[in-house]
Design a protein around this ligand. Structure first.
Ligand code: SF4
Length: 267
């Protein structure tokens, strides 16, 4: 069974699939990767903490909800920065600066969430489990899915649940295309939709470009489903091959590839 991340790697460069998934090379820790890991980790922690935070809101908290949420999100960021301390050190970053650079984004996110909840409570008068049940979007994070039929497995960053419809959301750091999403992100979301569809209802998903606060939609269709299945076949061929695929002909990709040191030693 191949991981969904191998599909993205293949679209970047088939040789990368071989280095990471067949030869099991581990890429060196680099600054954008560390910062991306921390952002992902905080968003995951927020998703997991959301239920208990909502259940814990008391009528007397309403005026302070913004402060409560900002403090909670700040604490989650502190935890993540400590969790990745070793990676921060290896990539020669300053721990305090990593924290302060990321802080404003999470404080803005906290204020947005607190405002949404306060308005909902004022409008409905609900609290506790009733408030949680009435929330339009429920979230599951780090959902592990697999399909023996597709020969595919993956962990989805976040799944938003609207009634019985499940919507995968992939959080991405780094650049964003002028329109739509990058092809590897599209195939990743399409793969998650197919995996979700094995057990539940799902027909679209989103890529959230964290550095731009922009969310872009991907809708499943028969052509896209076919593209995913063809890509799975191509990746399977690399997995079962005895030889490493040739080098990529795009020097820019090689320059920013996190396997470039391992790659040259295997040319
Ligand atoms: S360095 Fe270039 S050829 Fe090697 S895996 Fe990365 S993109 Fe492919």
């Amino acid at each position: 069974m191949i991981p969904v991340t191998a599909l993205s790697d293949y679209l970047y460069c088939p040789r990368k699939v071989y280095l990471r998934h067949v030869l099991k090379f581990i890429p060196p820790v680099r600054e954008p990767v560390v910062k991306g890991k921390i952002k992902h980790d905080v968003f995951d922690a927020i998703s997991k903490a959301e239920e208990s935070m909502v259940l814990g809101i008391k009528p007397s908290d309403l005026g302070n909800l913004d402060v409560i949420y900002r403090e909670a999100y700040k604490g989650l960021l502190e935890n993540s920065v400590s969790k990745f301390e070793e990676d921060i050190r290896k990539s020669e970053l300053d721990k305090g600066k990593v924290f302060s650079d990321a802080l404003q984004k999470f404080l803005d996110e906290a204020s947005y969430r607190a405002r949404f909840l306060r308005e909902m409570i004022e409008k409905t008068g609900l609290l506790g489990q009733d408030l949680l049940n009435a929330m339009p979007v429920k979230q599951k994070s780090e959902l592990l899915l697999y399909s023996t039929r597709l020969g595919l497995k993956g962990v989805i960053d976040r799944v938003e649940v609207f009634g019985d419809v499940h919507v995968p959301v992939e959080l991405k750091t780094g650049s964003m295309p002028r329109e739509g999403v990058w092809l590897n992100h599209k195939m990743q979301i399409a793969s998650y939709i197919l995996l979700l569809n094995e057990k539940m209802k799902s027909d679209h998903g989103f890529v959230e470009y964290l550095d731009y606060n922009v969310r872009r939609k991907i809708v499943m269709n028969p052509f896209l489903e076919n593209d995913v299945k063809e890509l799975i076949e191509k990746v399977n061929r690399v997995f079962s091959s005895d030889s490493i695929p040739g080098v990529c002909d795009n020097v820019n990709k090689c320059r920013s590839c996190n396997f470039k040191d391992k790659c040259s030693s295997n040319g």
